[in-house]
Ligand binder design. Sequence first.
Ligand code: ZN
Length: 327
Amino acid sequence: MKINYLLLTKLSILLFTYNRIKLVFAILCLFLKFNLYSQDYKFSKSDADAKDLAYYKVVVNTGFEYKVYFDVKNETAAFQAIPHLNKTYKEILKVFKAKENSPKFADVVIVSNKDYKLPVLGNKKWKIQNDDSASLSIKAKDEIYSLMSHEQVHALQNQFGNCNKLPRWFEEGQAMWIEGKTLSYLTPKKWNIRLNNFKQIKEDEESKNKKTTALENWKGVGFSIEAIKKQLTPEGIKYLEKHGVTPPGVTLSFKPSDFKEENHDILSHASKYFKSYMVFNLIEDKIGIKEFIKWNSHVLNKCYSSNEIVNSLKEEYNLDINKELKK
Ligand SMILES: [Zn+2]
């Protein structure tokens, strides 16, 4: 048999080329599937003005946007914070299903000065203090994950339902549960440490207090007026004195020493976060994640009282959490 070497060579080149095309195509598909190169967000910068700091506005393709403010030293840090914020917010939105409009997250402010006071007007803001002037410090990055995975849940609770007020155990349990899901996915070691700290606090509290307020009666705790005022700008203090409440855009953070004398039981307060988290875990465990997410949005839409939540779980899922809320 006569072999046509020319044809064979041509065929080999074609096959080789074809295989190369297949290979290039496969790599391209992998890149597209796993988003290995594409950036799924756009951002634009606005300069500082007399009223506020400069900021990046970030628009994420999956349907949400937010702002990261920064002082002169922290432009790079704010830029580096964007992927971490994106990851955190995407995890939160796996549980909170947006209905119509895109969710409105609270703004994040990255500054060097730990005494920086948040401006009175505008959207709600959370402050992250960054020690490293050249880039985002590990501490600030960790704070983005832990603070934002919890506090942004509170920012969204009244957007995904119609309620301004739900039982405290529900609001905190939900924020803790989503924080747990987000952190155990993004920074599992940190979440384990945090969870163990909470367990310890609960054990300490139980050995110290014979009788504590039941979870269903958990209300806010009081802080001394000085602890509030020192975090406000002069306009903020004026607003507080006129309206009797803190300005809407300002968030505050407190140390144990900031509590009012009569509410000084910080241990009991901290332990309630863990207890409400455990109630949420129990519900997820009993009814399964799919129903659990449905149940979450149902409660957010119905503005249930604590009793109504208990009854709805009994009727819908034959689950009684009454005993847990008496603890
Ligand atoms: Zn909270």
